[in-house]
Design a protein around this ligand. Structure first.
Ligand code: MLT
Length: 408
């Protein structure tokens, strides 16, 4: 008899974004003439930067000739890309990361979801609430939790409420935790964490032999010069943190797939009898066993993100999305909504009108304005009473969405 991994049966029905996609598709089917504006899932709309396209063409040509053809590459990524990342994303900010501490992959979603595999099932996991659902669901799948309660919280997970009162940066937990997922600039609230705020967590992790899984997928959207772009700007973080980065939102790679994870050599985890073990070789072992590396064409194109032209073109795309975010913050504020985020992140976190729940507001916007957002409650119970709007769309569409919401 085949038995199923019953942990999967604990999961709430559908993953958030497909569920929203299903509702939007049903609406579109029933209202074929509606012109829907999608500010839901954070999927980019601008095409790839020219420098990337050019490099990818060049790489395809190389692949077409025996002398320059590439078969399997190093699972961890080509040296040319790992070194470029170390220089441009880290050395440029005064942080020393060795290229061999960088693991190139096909997405931060996969890496933030897979990383838990290399840690014991008895670790106590802490997540912010609201939270990117991947962190929670993958721990449920692994069996680190009990069942889900009526509010959507799983037994065994420590939830750290992020509210307007704490500027969406959580306070330290009352109970001891072992693995903490933090994402700044934050998805979904658009909040950022200062150096001082991150230092509190790094110090906690050092004192408690805990690990921070730091999702920095949105770092390129930071505008405020005082906000750290990497957790390794905080002293001691290399001993206690793994960082995840992505090209999806920065270089328009949602359909291309490339990201990387940094596992510093200093980082240790412990056996049950307290022996310290280096984490990087374990992640390397997992990565090499389950993954054959990102394609050469993609990595060659990714390296072009860091060329002078690439940097300029990426900056222009990010500026466009951030001007959308500014437009949303400004328009919604004028309409009387309470709005957070959108200043150092491509997400705007809108408080729903008094007495209107997240899903109700989502339905209202979809039905009356034909605008798609993401209900805050979909990210956790502390997201109830909020709706997330993504800045990833064309400015004309964002402007029209704002006009439609204003006319509600
Ligand atoms: C989001 O909308 O939260 C993101 O696009 C999801 C993701 O990056 O997987």
């Amino acid at each position: 008899m085949i038995t199923v991994n019953e942990n999967f049966l604990k999961l709430k029905a559908g993953y958030l974004f497909p569920e929203i996609g299903r509702r939007v598709a049903a609406f579109a089917k029933a209202n074929p003439s509606a012109s829907i504006i999608r500010l839901g899932i954070g999927d980019v709309t601008e095409p790839l930067p020219e420098a990337v396209v050019k490099a990818m063409h060049e790489a395809v040509d190389q692949m077409g000739k025996r002398e320059t053809f590439h078969g399997y590459g190093p699972e961890q990524g080509y040296d040319f890309l790992r070194k470029t990342i170390a220089d441009n994303d880290y050395a440029s900010r005064g942080v020393s990361i060795d290229p061999d501490e960088i693991f190139v992959s096909d997405g931060a979603k996969c890496d933030t979801g897979n990383i838990q595999e290399i840690f014991g099932l008895d670790n106590i996991i802490a997540v912010t609430d609201p939270v990117y659902p991947v962190y929670v669901d993958t721990n449920v799948m692994a069996g680190r939790t009990g069942d889900c309660d009526a509010s959507g919280r799983y037994a065994g997970i420590v939830y750290l409420p992020c509210t307007a009162e704490n500027n969406f940066v959580p306070a330290l937990p009352k109970q001891k935790v072992d693995i903490i997922y933090l994402c700044y600039p934050n998805n979904p609230t658009g909040a950022v964490a200062t150096k001082e705020q991150l230092k509190v967590w790094v110090d906690y992790a050092r004192q408690n032999k805990a690990l921070i899984l730091f999702d920095a997928a949105y770092e390129a959207f930071i505008r405020d010069a005082s906000i750290p772009h990497t957790i390794y700007e905080i002293e001691g973080a290399k001993e206690v943190a793994i960082e995840f980065r992505s090209y999806s939102k920065t270089a328009g790679f949602t359909g291309v797939r490339c990201a990387f994870t940094v596992v510093p050599k200093q980082l240790k985890a412990y056996t049950k009898d307290g022996k310290a073990v280096e984490v990087a070789p374990i992640w390397n072992r997992r990565h090499c066993t389950k993954f054959n590396g990102v394609s050469y064409v993609t990595q060659f194109g990714t390296a072009a993100v860091y060329s002078p032209q690439g940097k300029q073109q990426v900056r222009k795309i990010i500026d466009l999305y951030m001007s959308n975010a500014a437009m949303m913050v400004d328009s919604l504020t004028k309409m009387g909504y309470t709005v957070f985020g959108g200043r150092n992140a491509p997400y705007v976190w809108v408080r729903t009108p008094q007495g209107v729940g997240s899903w109700e507001f989502f339905d209202m916007l979809l039905n009356k304005a034909n605008v798609v957002g993401t209900p805050g409650a979909g990210f956790g119970s502390a997201g109830e009473g909020y709706l997330r709007l993504s800045a990833f769309n064309q400015p004309e569409k964002v402007k029209e969405a704002m006009e439609r919401i204003a006319n509600l």
